[in-house]
Design a protein around this ligand. Sequence first.
Ligand code: NAP
Length: 253
Amino acid sequence: MTHRILILGGTTEARQLAGKLAVRAAVTLSLAGRTESPVAQGVPVRSGGFGGAEGLAAYLREASTDLLIDATHPYAARISANAAQAARLTGVPILALRRPGWKPVEGDCWTLVDTTGDAVRALGPAPRRAFLALGRQEVAAFEAAPRHHYLIRSVDPVEPKLAVPDATYLLARGPFGEAEERVLLERHRIDVVVSKNSGGAATYGKIAAARALGIDVVMVRRPDLPDVPSAETVDELAAMVDHFVEPAAERGV
Ligand code: NAP
């Protein structure tokens, strides 16, 4: 019997996991649909919101989904909560890929804040040159502090542009290595980096570069996520799925 797996994605790990699982199950990857030209995912993709937990539950029933995997971004708290709720409503088992966050190391100068609004306030009263390595949905909050210079990097253009006098926009898609991040921070004379604690290697370069240059980092803490069975890496999660899709006899148990 072919198992049907729905992966809630939008992350590199979700794409990697989908590729791994596609050889042993019918995998569909779900994207929020906000990125204008997402990278090819290699498996069937559906795009756009489901309409809350109930909408996701209805989808799971209609598609006869056997397993739901939440492999969304660690800051995508609403879809993760919806996923846990939809799993409860339908009885469909759920697993989550929870990438561990970064931990400060010697030489890091982090200010931890809970929200993007707190990050704006943490920049302080004096004008600064801030690199906003945040999603385009969050940067609008920085209009509240127009005295700073902002360097804003995003995958898709920030529209509308911020109503601040001094902002530079960069379009780029990671991964970003430490050396190139260091060049960027120096070229733009950045004195503070505002970041989410995304974890993983793909976007750690700016954190390492800030440390090397003695630059402050305002780090927005991760939101609370529902407690569901989870793994930290693609391989670990794929192994958990193996136990789910292969009958014990086939595994020689
Ligand atoms: P969110 O706030 O958790 O989700 C908002 C709504 O978007 C959900 O309720 C759902 O709509 C829809 N949605 C989100 N992910 C979906 C998916 N994989 N498939 C189908 N629908 C999905 O998440 P977000 O708005 O995507 O992002 C919140 C934060 O995470 C931001 O800081 C963003 O920059 C960051 N982030 C997210 C992702 C990601 O994987 N989504 C990737 C990179 C960064 P319905 O309720 O209608 O189903």
